[in-house]
Design a protein around this ligand. Structure first.
Ligand SMILES: Nc1nc2c(ncn2[C@@H]2O[C@H](COP(=O)(O)OP(=O)(O)OP(=O)(O)O)[C@@H](O)[C@H]2O)c(=O)[nH]1
Ligand SMILES: [Mg+2]
Length: 399
């Protein structure tokens, strides 16, 4: 048993400890709501925090208790690693692409209605774009008001990757980049702060970290999970059941600063088809492509939000990714044997110009041809800077 498993983070909501072993009226309300309409469970948090991996693991927890799950992914452009990854894990995933949930509320509500029509799920796990904030005012409050008869909406969970918190200098420090603004705003509106990747810390580090976050956000429930090791997930679901949304919409967000912070990142989505004369180890190829991309970003002094690749071949698939330069790659999945074809979905978010991102991808793909036995072609590539957020709705009246 991993050391951190013995750690039980203190769970507090508005200063009152919750005993989640006792059914509460809130839990009963939640169950009641669950019977009638699907629960929309938003999993927010910064780029690379672990949202999609958590959604995959939460889906298992809900499925184990007999509940049917669907997922909705979101991005500024089509061709998402997350959709391929969740679909590859057997989860019905719809993609709202072209704009974030807040700027395309109708895209999100249509995806939810389609999901209800086609799958009739008990739970819809929805992942906003990792650079988005103001989700409560622009998505959750409008959804409650406009779709309250079709869905119930869970308390809002925002995920925190400890490594990112440290990179950005914690709560108070001025972060080294303006994305810190987004990170802080995301946490300001959270009902639950979920510390992810607990398996990457020792028991003591995790305990210190959770205490630090709880100190900085004293009225927010804080808990720790490892989606990879499947630890803390049932506790998270129980806590969401027991937590009323505190409606912490952001009263003082400056949309010009928000737009500048989002536009610090270049965005690239690409699809690449690779064919090998002699079958190869797909994990090795995916890891090599990732390493070359990350080297390219580092040489141009880009900071990484998340660079990830979903590689699918005839004998399996793998997702590889890096959330910071200088740290090792994460791998998830594998192949039963060598592959002759690989379809690569590449998503990169880094503080570089879109042309730089495209050039690095083109150079990397070109580099695959050097052995004379490999063919590779870019089927689709879209690189850009996110446009200023322009929400469909912003419910900013005090109730
Ligand atoms: N060690 C460890 N790694 C994890 C865990 N959860 C996620 N990861 C890794 O962290 C990386 C980012 O995870 P994702 O689930 O893609 O993160 P995300 O927040 O959905 O990322 P974006 O959608 O790009 O914002 C992946 O490479 C995962 O394998 C965890 O519990 N433990
Ligand atoms: Mg994701």
């Amino acid at each position: 048993m991993a050391e951190f498993r013995s750690f039980e983070p203190g769970v507090e909501v508005a200063g009152e400890a919750i005993n989640d072993s006792q059914p509460t009226t809130l839990q009963e309300d939640w169950r009641e709501a669950m019977k009638k309409v699907p629960l929309v469970f938003f999993v927010g948090g910064f780029l690379g925090a672990g949202k999609t991996t958590a959604i995959r693991s939460l889906a298992e927890v809900f499925a184990d208790s007999g509940q049917k799950v669907a997922a909705i992914t979101n991005d500024q452009a089509a061709g998402l690693v997350d959709t391929a990854f969740l679909s590859g894990s057997g989860i019905t995933a719809r993609e709202v692409a072209g704009s974030c949930f807040c700027c395309n509320f109708n895209g999100l509500s249509n995806a939810i209605l389609e999901s209800i029509e086609s799958e009739n799920p008990d739970v819809i796990l929805a992942e906003p774009v990792g650079s988005c904030t103001d989700i409560v005012a622009t998505v959750i409050r409008p959804m409650r008001a406009l779709m309250g008869e079709k869905v119930s909406i869970a308390a809002y969970s925002v995920l925190i990757e400890p490594k990112r918190w440290l990179e950005l200098g914690g709560r108070r420090a001025d972060g080294p980049w303006s994305m810190k603004f987004l990170f802080d705003k995301q946490l300001d509106e959270a009902d639950l702060a979920v510390v992810t990747k607990a398996d990457t810390l020792t028991n003591e580090e995790l305990e210190d970290f959770v205490e630090q976050v709880s100190r900085e956000y004293p009225s927010t429930a804080v808990l720790a999970i490892s989606a990879k090791e499947k630890v803390g997930l049932q506790k998270w679901v129980d806590l969401v059941r027991a937590t009323h949304s505190r409606d912490r919409w952001l009263k003082d967000i400056d949309y010009d600063t928000y737009a500048l912070a989002e536009a610090e990142m270049g965005w690239l989505n690409a699809q690449v088809s690779v064919k090998f004369r002699d079958p190869v180890d797909g994990r090795f190829v995916a890891g090599t492509v990732l390493e070359r991309l990350v080297d390219g970003f580092a040489q141009r002094k880009g900071r990484i939000g998340h660079v990830k690749i979903f590689a699918a071949g005839e004998s399996g698939s793998v997702k590889v990714g890096v959330t910071q330069i200088g740290t090792g790659a994460d791998l998830d999945g594998g192949f039963a044997g060598p592959v002759a074809n690989l379809d690569l979905t590449i998503n990169a978010r880094a503080t570089l110009e879109p042309e730089d991102l495209s050039n690095i991808v083109q150079d990397t793909v070109q580099g695959l041809l050097d052995d004379g036995k490999t063919q590779a072609s870019i089927l689709y590539m879209n690189s850009f800077k996110p446009s200023p957020p322009n929400p469909t709705y912003r419910f900013n009246k005090h109730e």
